[in-house]
Design a protein. Structure first.
Ligand code: PLP
Length: 634
C-alpha cells in the first residue's frame, strides 16, 4: 500500500487483500470489501471489453455525505445560525447516472446543482423538481435567460448568476416583458487570487464576474425599482483544485464583507456561494499544486463557516445560507480505468556473454574493463567512473560503426556490455540509498525503464496528465503479494510520444517510473488508473480515433450471491460510429472496399472465396471497439 501511496490518495476507499488484489470499500461505515478483479472478471464475462471504466456509485454517495456532514459538524461547532447546501456543478461529470446519484445521495442535505452552458441547463431542468436549488453560471444569452425565467415561472428554484453586466440588463428587459420579478445572483471579482493551476479564475483580472463598481451600479438599479430583494446570492470562484487553504480563507472574508455591506444597506442577500475549488489529494508532491492540497474536508468546512460567522458577528448582520459548488471532490474518487498491458519494450539489450569478437578495436576492451570493474566494486566513486567510461566507449563505438570500422558482431558485443554495466552500476547505487541520489543514478533509472504498452489513450482518458501534468495514482490491480521487479513507464496506444504517463505517485513522492511486475506477452496484467471521475471523461479527445471506452456501474451489496452487482453496462464507441464523426460512413466504406476486392478477384490476384472472407472480416470489425484486443494468437 505504501509503495503506491494508497494511504495518501485512497481516502479510505481502497486496500489490498491477502490474495494481493486491489479492493474497494465503497460504502462509508460498512465493511463490504469488493475485489476489483472480481468486478473485471464479471464485466468481461458479460461482454464488456478492456479498457474499462469501473464506476463505484456508492463512492459518490459516500463523498456527498462526507462533505455535507463535515459542514454540519462545523456549523454545530461554531454555533452558526444558518445552514450549508452543496451545489453540484454538472460540468465535472455530466453522465446522467452520476448526476442522479449525487442528487439522490444529497437529498437529505438539500443538495442543488449548477450548470454552466445551454446544454447543461437543458439537461438539468427536467431533472430537478421545485425544491432543488439550481444555479446557472457561465455566459448566458437571451435564450438561456428566457429558459431560466420560464423555470422561475414554473416555481423551480433556478437562479441565474450574473457574470457580465450586460446579462443583468438583458435579464431585466426579459423580466419586464412578462412583468416578473426575477431572482438573481452575482459573481463578484474579488481581489483575492486563487492558488493552484486555475488561479486565474479568481482575482480582478478573471474572465467572469462583476467588479465592485458594477455590483454597486446593479444594486442601485434594483433599489430604484424597489426590487432590492431580487439579489439573493453572492458568489465567487477561485478556480478548481485550490492548493492553499489560506487563499480560500482570505476570499471568504472578502466576500463576507461585501455581503455585510449589502445587508446593512437593506439588500437582503440570502446565499453566500464560495464556488468550486475544494481539492483532491492525487498524491502529488508539494511542488505540484495541481495534484496536492494542504487541507482536508474538515478544515475546508471549518474555514468557510468560521470566517463567515466571525465577520457577520463583527458587523452585526445575520449569517447567510452557505453554498459551495464542489464538484471534483465529490466525483473524482468514484471511477477508475482498468487498462491491460499489451506488451513490454525493454530499452536495454540483454547480456550476450559472448567471446570478444576477433580483431576488435580497443574501445571494445575498454568497455569490457568498465563492466568487470563495476562488477567487482561497491564504492560509489568507482561505480560512477565505470559508468562514465562505459558511456564514453559507447559513443566512440557508435562513431566507429558509422565510419565502417566496426563489425555488427563487435557493436552488438559492446552494446550488450554497456547495458550490463549500466544495470550493475544502477543496482549498486540504488542499494546505497544516497540522498540526494547522484544525477547519474537518475539518468540510469530513466535509461533502464521498461515501456509497458497499455491499451488506452492518455488523450482520451486522462487528458489532464498530458495537458497540465496532473498526477493520477497508477498501480497494478493484482499480483501485489509479489514484489514488483521492473522499473516501468506506462505508454498508450497513440502514435504520439506524449501518449505516456511520466509521473507517478510512488512512496510518498513523485517519480518518472513505477515499480511493476515482469510481464509475459499474452498473460493478463491489469493496471488501474485511479481518481478519474472528475473532468477527464468529458475533456478527453479522439486522438488516433480512440474513443469512449466500455464502462460498468457497480454497487456494493452483501448477500449469498456475492458482495457487488453490476447495475449497468455501457458499451464504448465502435469504429463505425467513431468514423462517422469524421465523415467516413459505413455504407460508403463497405462499397469502396468491395470494389477494391472485386478488382483483385477479376485480375486473378485472389480467389472469389478469399475475397468474400476479407470483405466479411472488414465489415465485421466496423462494429467493434476502437481499442486493441488482448487476445494473442498461440
Ligand atoms: N463553479 C464554477 C463556476 C466553476 O467554474 C467550476 C470549475 O472550475 C466549479 C464550480 C467546480 O470546481 P471544482 O470541481 O474544483 O469543485
Amino acid at each position: 500500500q505504501t509503495m503506491y501511496a494508497m494511504d495518501v490518495w485512497g481516502d479510505g476507499f481502497f486496500s489490498i487483500n491477502d490474495k494481493g488484489n486491489v479492493c474497494v470499500k465503497p460504502i462509508e461505515g460498512m465493511d463490504i470489501s469488493v475485489d476489483i478483479n472480481d468486478v473485471i472478471a464479471e464485466a468481461l464475462a458479460e461482454g464488456s471489453t478492456l479498457p474499462l471504466i469501473l464506476r463505484f456509485q456508492d463512492i459518490i454517495s459516500s463523498r456527498v455525505k462526507r462533505l455535507n456532514r463535515k459542514f454540519r459538524e462545523a456549523i454545530e461547532g461554531a454555533g452558526y445560525e444558518g445552514v450549508y447546501r452543496s451545489i453540484f456543478p454538472i460540468k465535472v461529470n455530466q453522465l446522467q447516472e452520476v448526476v442522479a446519484e449525487v442528487i439522490e445521495a444529497g437529498r437529505e442535505f438539500d443538495i442543488g446543482v449548477e450548470c454552466g452552458s445551454k446544454a447543461e441547463l437543458m439537461a438539468a431542468l427536467p431533472m430537478i423538481g421545485s425544491d432543488t436549488l439550481m444555479l446557472c453560471n457561465g455566459v448566458k444569452d437571451h435564450v438561456m435567460l428566457t429558459m431560466m425565467l420560464n423555470a422561475q415561472q414554473l416555481g423551480q428554484q433556478v437562479i441565474p448568476i450574473i457574470e457580465k453586466y450586460s446579462e443583468f440588463e438583458q435579464l431585466m428587459i426579459l423580466a419586464d416583458q412578462r412583468e416578473l420579478k426575477p431572482r438573481l445572483g452575482v459573481r463578484v471579482k474579488l481581489n483575492t487570487r486563487g492558488a493552484g493551476r486555475w488561479y486565474e479564475s479568481g482575482g480582478a483580472r478573471s474572465k467572469f464576474g462583476l467588479t465592485v463598481p458594477e455590483l454597486v451600479r446593479l444594486v442601485k438599479i434594483l433599489e430604484k425599482r424597489g426590487q432590492g430583494d431580487c439579489l439573493e446570492l453572492l458568489h465567487f470562484h477561485l478556480g478548481s483544485q485550490i492548493s492553499d487553504i489560506q487563499v480560500l480563507r482570505s476570499a471568504v472574508k472578502e466576500i463576507t464583507q461585501i455581503y455585510a455591506d449589502l445587508v446593512l444597506r437593506g439588500v437582503s442577500v440570502k446565499f453566500l456561494d464560495v464556488g468550486g475549488g475544494l481539492g483532491v489529494n492525487y498524491g502529488g508532491d508539494y511542488d505540484n499544486p495541481e495534484s496536492s492540497i494542504n487541507y482536508g474536508l474538515r478544515e475546508y468546512a471549518n474555514v468557510v463557516v468560521y470566517a463567515v460567522k466571525e465577520i457577520c458577528d463583527e458587523r452585526g448582520v445575520p449569517v447567510p445560507t452557505l453554498l459551495s459548488e464542489s464538484g471534483r471532490a465529490l466525483t473524482a474518487h468514484h471511477s477508475m480505468l482498468v487498462v491491460p498491458v499489451l506488451g513490454v519494450h525493454r530499452p536495454d539489450s540483454p547480456p550476450m556473454h559472448d567471446e570478444t569478437p576477433p580483431d576488435s578495436p580497443s574501445v571494445v576492451s575498454r568497455m569490457e574493463t568498465a563492466y568487470e570493474e563495476a562488477r567487482s566494486t561497491d564504492v560509489t566513486g568507482i561505480l560512477l567512473e565505470c559508468y562514465h567510461d562505459a558511456r564514453e566507449a559507447r559513443e566512440e563505438a557508435d562513431q566507429l560503426m558509422r565510419l565502417g570500422y566496426m563489425t555488427l558482431d563487435q557493436l552488438a558485443h559492446t552494446d550488450s556490455l554497456y547495458w550490463s554495466t549500466c544495470r550493475e552500476v544502477l543496482q549498486k547505487l540504488a542499494a546505497a540509498q544516497l540522498t540526494p541520489p547522484p544525477t547519474e543514478q537518475l539518468e540510469l533509472e530513466e535509461q533502464l525503464t521498461d515501456l509497458y504498452l497499455c491499451d488506452f489513450s492518455v488523450f482520451h482518458s486522462i487528458i489532464d496528465h498530458w495537458a497540465i501534468q496532473q498526477v493520477f495514482p497508477v498501480m497494478p490491480l493484482h499480483r501485489l503479494q509479489e514484489r514488483p521487479d521492473r522499473r516501468a513507464q506506462v505508454v498508450d496506444l497513440t502514435c504520439d510520444s506524449d501518449g505516456k504517463i511520466d509521473q507517478y505517485v510512488h512512496g510518498h513522492s513523485n517519480t518518472s517510473w513505477l515499480p511493476l511486475h515482469s510481464h509475459k506477452h499474452g498473460d493478463a496484467y491489469h493496471i488501474g488508473i485511479f481518481l478519474v471521475g472528475a473532468y477527464q471523461e468529458i475533456l478527453g479527445d479522439a486522438h488516433n480515433l480512440l474513443g469512449r471506452v466500455d464502462e460498468v456501474h457497480v454497487y456494493a451489496k452483501e448477500d449469498e450471491t456475492g458482495n457487488f452487482w453490476i447495475e449497468e453496462t455501457l458499451k464504448g464507441i465502435c469504429i463505425k460510429d467513431m468514423l462517422s464523426q469524421v465523415q467516413y460512413f459505413p455504407n460508403d466504406l463497405d462499397r469502396r472496399m468491395s470494389e477494391l476486392i472485386r478488382k483483385q478477384i477479376n485480375a486473378g490476384v485472389i480467389k472469389a472465396a478469399e475475397g468474400t472472407r476479407i470483405l466479411n472480416n472488414y465489415t465485421k470489425r466496423l462494429d467493434e471497439s476502437t481499442y486493441c484486443t488482448t487476445e494473442v494468437v498461440r
